[in-house]
Design a protein around this ligand. Sequence first.
Ligand code: AHG
Ligand code: MN
Ligand code: MN
Length: 342
Amino acid sequence: MENKVTQLTTVHQFILDRQNDFPYATGELSRLFRDIILAARIVNRDVNKAGLVDILGNFGSVNVQGEEVKKLDIHANIQFIKALSRGGECAAVISEEDEEISKVNPLGKYIVAMDPLDGSSNIDVNVSIGTIFSIYRRISPIGVDATLEDCLQPGSAQVAAGYILYGSSTMLIYTTGKGVNAFTLDLSIGEFCLSHANITTPNMGSIYSINEGNYKKFPDGVKKYIKYCQDEVKEEKRPYNSRYIGSFVADFHRNLMKGGIYIYPNTSKDPNGKLRLIYECNPMAFLIEQAGGKASDGFRRIMDIKPTELHQRSPVFIGSKEMVEKSEEHMAEFVTPFADKK
Ligand code: AHG
Ligand code: MN
Ligand code: MN
């Protein structure tokens, strides 16, 4: 659900108009957004040429112009880090593509965590992919290199978060803790324009999204919840529809707009699940809470988890509030998560 948008507002105008929504309102965070948006436009241009780039060569090879061709996720990472280093407001970047923190500017006040290209297995088949970002204020004093402590803050400390969805249209969705707004890229003018104001997600939906190929490895609580989703109970609009794209950004976006639950649980093979806490789970958790939804690891609020490692994983149950709560109830029924471990 969102408020109808009647006049053309670019994202930059919107940020200027809503300057007071930005924590600390000093203009630095809006400049950081400017850098992220610039990189997003470059990545959007390149994502749109993905098929052509593949013809020219893959990672490690050289194209006809003699330039090294990068895999799109590496290329996206370079574009975002370049824009953030050039801009000067960012002290350090945590990226899925880099083992270590990239310390870009000791004078920057902000830490940016990102998944530069999410759903990368879908690039080659022309299916929606995305970029996820999360912004923290640094804890260490300005003027020195950012520290590990700056980068291991809980999700509740985020000052802003969002994603760019490269789909049938390209969208930017973000929050600064004052609601969620979405902007659609108008290619004819090259600007992200406000298209969905003050998005709220329905309390209840009728979509569940999970990779059921892993069913046998799911905890018993998840197996039982899936059965609950599939049960026929007319008054409760069950069975729900199963929808799974395999790009977290795209699955999340559909469920945000329509109502639903996305689950990537822990499995007997991956005890912490697959998705990364700092640059996948936390930013989406911030967005969904701002839209009136909920994000859990099956037992506790995602944004309350204190990370201990940069690339730490977490199970995630995220989406419509009542659906997430129902999945938590199912999880709580089992003391040992896997039948074969009893
Ligand atoms: P990434 O492309 O950044 O590595 O992320 C892939 C993630 C996420 O986008 C998606 O929801 C999930 O992996 C899909 O995993 P499965 O193929 O295991 O379902
Ligand atoms: Mn990802
Ligand atoms: Mn990625």
